[in-house]
Design a protein around this ligand. Structure first.
Ligand code: AMP
Length: 212
């Protein structure tokens, strides 16, 4: 079973993806995390990626396909968080024979995200995301896994985040239109509730699919 989780930045996709990974035998893959890892290498590609990440812009499709091929060898039991984000990326998956069984869209309004993102902090060693209000670390400002300090992502700064939201709505509309035109079912979930509530709904959706 392959799952696609879509939703705006700050919707909690990363946290939910990790919860799903631990509950079901499915591997979570975040393209944002893959890109952050790749951006640390000292290469032409890493510099290009870094530049895009810092500006909150999408990394070019050709680099995304390269990173996909480099990191993903098995096409089964995968949960993608943040991929595909363009119609070209959907076509790429189609071309290599990769299919999603469940597509879930976590829906959250911009005003809600802008409030929530102020409190988001990130552990850059283990790529864990926290929220001082909704999803606190066990020790204040420390990553649960590595014990290192958790920080705000540079692309979560208010104005950059606002820009990311604008770009996101453009991208997502194209993707959702593609799914609608191709009769592909997208399950909508309200993401304006606590992360535990969202996870309960996600569990129900995945369990229902498994029973089919
Ligand atoms: P995320 O961690 O999902 O919020 O992604 C962080 C950043 O990584 C995005 O703002 C983009 O710059 C980049 N990114 C993530 N996924 C993709 C993708 N599928 N295509 C292009 N760029 C991506």
């Amino acid at each position: 079973m392959n799952i696609l989780l879509i939703g705006p930045p700050g919707a909690g996709k990363g946290v939910q993806a990790k919860l799903i990974q631990n509950y079901f035998s499915i591997k979570q893959i975040s393209f944002g995390d893959l890109l952050r890892v790749e951006s640390k290498n000292n290469s032409f590609l890493s510099k290009r990626i870094c530049c895009k990440l810092n500006k909150g812009l999408l990394v070019e499709d050709k680099f995304i396909f390269y990173i996909f091929k480099k990191n993903i060898v098995n096409y089964n039991n995968i949960l993608f968080d943040g991929f595909p984000r363009t119609v070209k990326q959907i076509f790429f998956l189609k071309q290599i024979g990769f299919k999603f069984n469940i597509i879930i869209h976590i829906v959250v309004k911009d005003e809600f995200l802008l409030k929530r993102i102020k409190y988001r902090l990130f552990g850059f060693l283990a790529y864990e995301s926290y929220n001082i209000i909704y999803n606190r670390p066990k020790i204040k400002y420390k990553d649960n896994l590595s014990g290192c300090k958790i920080l705000q992502r540079s692309d979560d700064k208010y104005f950059l985040f606002k820009e990311r939201l604008n770009k996101y709505s453009n991208q997502i509309n194209k993707i959702l239109t593609y799914f609608t035109l191709n009769n592909i079912n997208v399950i909508q979930i309200n993401g304006e509730v606590g992360y535990f509530n969202i996870f309960e709904k996600l569990k129900r959706v995945i369990n229902n699919y498994e029973k089919l």
